[in-house]
Structures are given as C-alpha cells and as structure tokens.
Write a protein that binds this ligand. Sequence first.
Ligand code: ADP
Ligand code: F6P
Length: 320
Amino acid sequence: MKRIAVMTSGGDAPGMNAAIRAVVRRAIHHGLEAFGVRRGYLGLIQGEFEPMPATAVSGIINRGGTMLLTARSPEFLTEEGQGRAVEQLKSRDIGTLIVIGGDGSLHGAYDLWHKWGVPTVGVPASIDNDLAGTDFSIGFHTAVNTGVDAIDKIRDTAVSHDRIFVVEVMGRRVGFIALEVGLAGGAEAILIPEMPTEITKVGTTIKQGRRRGKNSYIIVVAEGAGRGIAVAADIEAITGAETRATVLGHLQRGGVPTSADRVLATRLGAAAVDLIVDGRVGNMVGTQANQVSVSPIETAWLQHKTIDQSLYELALVLAT
Ligand code: ADP
Ligand code: F6P
C-alpha cells in the first residue's frame, strides 16, 4: 500500500484539524496508508511519525489548534536539516508529504520537492490569509469572527463611557483580518499596512466628530500597521479624549473553527490527496471563486495577494 504523510507547520490556524481529518479519510478512501508527522518540520527531522487510521481523526473536526501539534524549525532551513528530514521519509517508505501551513511552511514543501525530489502538496492555512493562490486560507474566517465578537463587546463599553478604542488585530504584513473585522464590526477607522494612514488625520476627524456629538469610536489596527497602544496614545494626544487599546493577539489563533473554515479545510484536505493520486505533486490547493483550484506551490509567495481596495473605500465611506 502506498504511504503518505501529513503535517501541520508554522502558526496554527482553526480548521487545521478538519484538514487533517479530510486528508486521512480521503487517503483511506483511495487505498493509501496515512501517517501523521508531529510538530511540523521539527518533528519531521526528529522522526516523530504516527500511523493515522480513520479513528485517529475522530472527534477533531470541531477542535481548534492542531492534533498533530506544530512548531517552527530553524534547523529545517539548513541543508543538513532538510537532508535529515528527507531521510526520515525515505526510511519509512513514505512517498508524499502534505504540508498544511502558512507561507514559510509552503516554502519548506517547495524545497523538499524542488531541491530533494520529495513529492509534496501544500494546503494553505494561516489566519493572516496572506497566501496567494487561494482566496481564503484555513483559519482566516474564524479569526475574523473572533475579532468581530471582540469589537461588538468593546463597543458596548466604548459607547457607555464616550471613549475611543483602538483594537489591534493580527496581521504581521497584511491587513486582511483588520479590513474584514473593521467592516463587519462597523469600525470608524481601519489602519492596515497596505494603505498607510496619517494618525493626525484620523485624530482630527474624530475631534470634529466629537464636536458634532459622536462620542465613541472604534479604530481597528493591523499589527503590521502600528501597535495598538502607541496608536491609542497618539489619538488621545490629538483628541484629548479618553482612549484605550485592546490587543487581541493570540486569541485570534484559537477557538472552535467556524463552519466556513471546516468546510474549506475539508475540501482542501481531500483535494490535496486527490492531487497525489493524480500524480500532480509540487502544487498547492486553494479556492478561487468558491471552486477548488490548483497552482504551483510557489504561487503562494511569488504572486502578491492584494486587499480589495473597494472594500477599504467602502469602509471609509460608511465610517463618516
Ligand atoms: P508559517 O508557515 O505560518 O508562515 P513560518 O514562517 O514560521 O510559519 O514557517 C514554518 C517553518 O517552515 C519554519 O520554521 C521553517 O522550518 C520552514 N520554513 C520557513 N521559511 C522557509 C524557507 N524560506 N525555506 C524553507 N523552509 C522554510
Ligand atoms: O499566523 C500568523 C500570525 O498570526 C501573525 O499575524 C502574528 O504576527 C504571528 O502569527 C505571531 O505568531 P507567533 O507568536 O507564533 O510567532
């Protein structure tokens, strides 16, 4: 029986478990034997493999995090580390590896295939949603829901106290979470790395609004566009109004995956196995216009995923 392995790597994302489940069960459906690698590339180098019968993935579809655990592995960035990882797969006669993770993890999958000839398939999972080659990455939808839930709660206290709140959401290099959270939460301002904004301008608009009697505000800031605490201090200095900051941080990485993430992860996990069966390795799966899509793994970083500018402009219009 042909053997495949699956692992999760890099930052965890809600829905990774649903993807693992789909990989394992789809593999069994195709007559493949599935193995799980624990702790991403770290565990791959150390030989942390476990057999994955259908029962191994029972009861995980609704759980956040990843049952296979995840890690970051500086050693895998070295030639020697990659060589050891390849040996671990070969010694177990495992023919293909499915990597579920973000852009760094898919880089690793690319290396295994292009530098070492180990067949790999990538499954995009990152709450940041910053991988090209797919409209959505696993975990994004859940992280956005968590952010919106937080804003709804913060707005209650913001209104009660006539305060301004700055809510910092995740997004090291991109503003996908901030934009979506800001739109869905009705934020008055959204600060994202893609659209540099002058804080003075935001502060002045708030000052004018407060003169008209609009007393509470929510500003959503992506971590890559500025730290919430610093932005709050600037806004308070400009407006003279009480301003508080809330950093959502890793809250957004956990929690029960939404149905959208479970369905996405299920579709992508199964599609990854189908690619192996069809011999189409070296690719990543994704969705485009709600259809499963296939592109070379390197698409994830060679193409640049851009925010929908019209959504950003709409948020600005609606904020006035
Ligand atoms: P994510 O997959 O969430 O973006 P990281 O960027 O931390 O997370 O990457 C996860 C792991 O993938 C790293 O610890 C490293 O082992 C491997 N990796 C990251 N970047 C590369 C790269 N350029 N080439 C090969 N492997 C990489
Ligand atoms: O998964 C991506 C991300 O959520 C970024 O937005 C954030 O900066 C980063 O992970 C933090 O990850 P860690 O604390 O695991 O380094």
